[in-house]
Structures are given as C-alpha cells and as structure tokens.
Ligand binder design. Structure first.
Ligand SMILES: Nc1ncnc2c1ncn2[C@@H]1O[C@H](COP(=O)(O)OP(=O)(O)O)[C@@H](O)[C@H]1O
Ligand SMILES: [Mg+2]
Length: 382
C-alpha cells in the first residue's frame, strides 16, 4: 500500500448520514438544530461559520423526526431574483411526486421554467444582436417577476403546511453569497417564511453571524437582524485533537506509512478547519507520492512550499515583519503581545495598530482571550 492509496480516503465532500463513523464533534450543534425543528413553532434560523468548517455536513445530519422536510441546495446565485427562482424551482421539483402536493408543485415548476426561459431567451437575444439594437431596448424588457415568484412561494408553502403540518425547509449554500445579497434575499422572503409551522434553516456567511451578535447585544445602532433570525448557530473551529481524530478515522489503515507525528504540522496549518486539513494533507501526499513513508520533514517542506507560494501577497512592512518574528511562537493575551512588541522598541501606538492589522488579516487568530499565530503563517519564510 503506497501513499497514493490514501488519496481516496481524504476527498473533501460533505459527510452524509451513512458516513457517521467519520463525523467528529458537532453532536451539540446537531442536537440543537433537531430541537429547534421539534420545539419551535416557526422561524428562520441560521447556521454560520467559515467556509469548510462543516455547515453542509451538519445539515446532512439533522433529523426531522415527525416533521415533513425538504433540503434545497441553491446553485444559481447571480442575483436575489435568481436565488428566489432557484428556491422555488427546487422546492416544487422536490414535491412533484407527493400525492397531495404534486398538482401545485408541477404548476409552480412549469411557471418557473416558463419565466426563466423568457428572461434567458431575451437576454440571449440582446447579446446576439448587441445592445446597440434600439428596437430591442425599447420593447418591453422582460424581467424576473419577483413579486409573482414571491407569491407563488407563499402559496406553495401554505399548501405544504396545510397538507403536512409542520414543515422544515433546509436551504444550503446561501453562505456562498455576499453578506448584503444574503440579507436582501432573506429580508425579501421573510414574510413568506415567517409563518406558523414553517421552520427555515439556512447556511449563512460568517459576517452575518457577527452582525447578528452585535444586534442581539444592542451594539449596532440600527439592529434589525434579530427581527429576521430567531437564532444563528455558529460552527466554531474544531480543536486540534478533533482534527487529528478526523484524520485518523479516515486514514488509520495507513499509520505504517504515515506516522502520527507527520500529521501534526498539517493539523497546525488547518487552525481547526476540516476542509483545510484535508486540502493540505492531499497536497502533501501528492508532493511526496513516490515515497514509502511520509516523514515529518517532508510534511513541513510541502507546507512551506505551498504557503510561501500562496502568501507572496502578504507584503509586510519592515516593522510588521519584525513584529511577526517576535510574535510567531507565542500564545498569550493581547497585553502580553503588546508588551513584547514594546520591549523590542516598537512604539505603543504602532504596536497597537500592527496587532490590530494582524488580527484583522487573520495572521493572528483569537480563541477567547488568547491570541496566537495562525497555522497558515507558521511555516512562512519572510
Ligand atoms: N465534524 C466533521 N467531522 C469530520 N469531517 C468533517 C466535519 N465537518 C466537516 N467535515 C469535512 O470537512 C469538509 C468541509 O465540510 P462542509 O460541510 O462541506 O463545510 P461547509 O459547508 O461549511 O463549507 C468536508 O470534506 C467534510 O467531509
Ligand atoms: Mg457547504
């Protein structure tokens, strides 16, 4: 068994129920979501966290006991309109085979197809004839019929509830949107979704969680997210030992060619993100695919090579470089970091601003009150 064999065990895709043996941690969050579906009468709930942290995976493990549910994965996300159409299409398509809902579902689906083909056909026409064609511009430009689509969605949702009782609508991939687009779409749909017996659970970009938290704590002047979301569940980074566990569950068969210590630098690189650890491990394996055994030095070499390649963008000033070297191997609180910088002749105000920049750019990451260098930067040669 060579290193190449490992590749298929570390593919990056959301886990499914049948792969439960590979899932680490997250039982608390999954239980929380199950309880939301079970006990809340209605509401929109978010699940947030950085990309690759496991949002889709967690959604896949939700159990909707005694609650009718549909999962929707959005794919057309060019605009608020296309998201709404995509949602409506996928939802109605998923209900086509349901005896009591199939009539309305089919009608709705056909309506979406018809609308979209008109709009698409028209915009294709414009691009074929060029925008200089004034006739075409003067004629009525068909648009996505946003209000009609909203109404159709409302109608379908009310029908579902009347036939099935409680309904859990699970929407994935909204986390890929920009914050403002996501808010716009959720705001536009809230009247349809905030309806007795409808529980909506959607993935959200991390930035929305931050803002939501500030709203709840009244730190935002014009807080309104709390009016939309009943709660947002944050998926935090996993611990290093969880990440190790995640790897071992996948590649335990290969411990004779991948000694545990060779995984440590990769785990450090990942900063608790499952996707990052899988990605870097597969990079490391590819880079060393001819070798019989993966040594720790090999691992470090690959990570250095890759991070140095990706991070040429970093462009630190000489003073920032100095600070970087000073803080590189430390873990501590803010004051301790500032003290170190000042003891090394960096002025207080400069030290403050450098530290803030590092935190903003995620060069230094925070865990509670503790700060440390992100594993992404640990292997960097400045
Ligand atoms: N708790 C977990 N245990 C094991 N593997 C996980 C876990 N969470 C995520 N993964 C893996 O990490 C990768 C990213 O997960 P995914 O659910 O796609 O993240 P997101 O939807 O937040 O971008 C996938 O390959 C998935 O299998
Ligand atoms: Mg996802």
């Amino acid at each position: 068994m060579g290193l190449s064999e490992v590749i298929k065990y570390i593919v990056d895709k959301p886990l499914e129920l049948k792969e439960k043996n590979l899932l680490v941690n997250r039982s608390k969050e999954i239980k929380n979501l199950n309880n939301i579906i079970k006990y809340h009468p209605f509401g929109i709930f978010g699940i947030s966290g950085e990309t690759g942290i496991g949002k889709t995976t967690v959604l896949n493990f939700i159990k909707c006991e005694n609650v009718f549910s549909k999962r929707i994965t959005l794919t057309f996300r060019e605009s608020v309109e296309s998201i709404l159409y995509d949602l409506l299409y996928n939802l109605s398509k998923g209900l086509e085979k349901d005896k009591k809902l199939s009539k309305l579902a089919k009608e709705t689906k056909e309506w979406v197809i018809e609308e979209v083909s008109t709009v698409k056909g028209f915009s294709l026409g414009i691009s074929l004839y060029g925008s200089a064609n004034t006739n075409l511009q003067k004629s009525k430009t068909p648009r996505f019929n946003f209000f009609a689509a909203k109404e159709k969605l409302g109608e379908l949702l009310r029908k579902i509830v009347s036939v099935k009782g409680k309904f859990a609508l699970i929407i994935d991939e909204l986390d890929k949107e920009s914050k403002s687009d996501t808010l716009q779409i959720v705001d536009a749909l809230k009247n349809e979704l905030l309806f007795e017996n409808i529980i909506t659970i959607m993935t959200l970009p991390y930035s929305i969680y931050r803002e939501y938290k500030f709203d709840r704590l009244r730190w935002n002047e014009s807080g309104n997210l709390e009016n939309i979301f009943k709660d947002i569940i944050l998926l935090e980074e996993l611990t290093d030992s969880d990440i190790k566990e995640l790897l071992l569950r996948r590649i335990h068969k290969f411990m004779n060619i991948i000694p545990s210590e060779s995984l440590d630098p990769i785990i450090e690189f990942a900063d608790g993100n499952p996707r990052d650890v899988l990605w870097m491990l597969s990079k490391v394996i590819f880079e060393n695919i001819e070798k019989d055994i993966l040594k720790k030095e090999d691992t470090i070499l690959t990570i250095k090579k890759i991070t140095n390649e990706y991070l040429t963008e970093l462009k630190l000033t000489p003073l920032q470089k100095k600070a970087f070297e000073l803080l590189k191997d430390l873990t501590g609180n803010r004051d301790e970091f500032l003290t170190i910088l000042q003891q090394n002749n960096i002025k207080r105000t400069t030290a403050y601003s450098i530290l803030n920049t590092f935190i903003e750019r995620k060069i230094i990451i925070t865990k509670g009150t503790k700060l440390k260098l992100s594993g992404k930067y640990k292997f960097l040669n400045l």
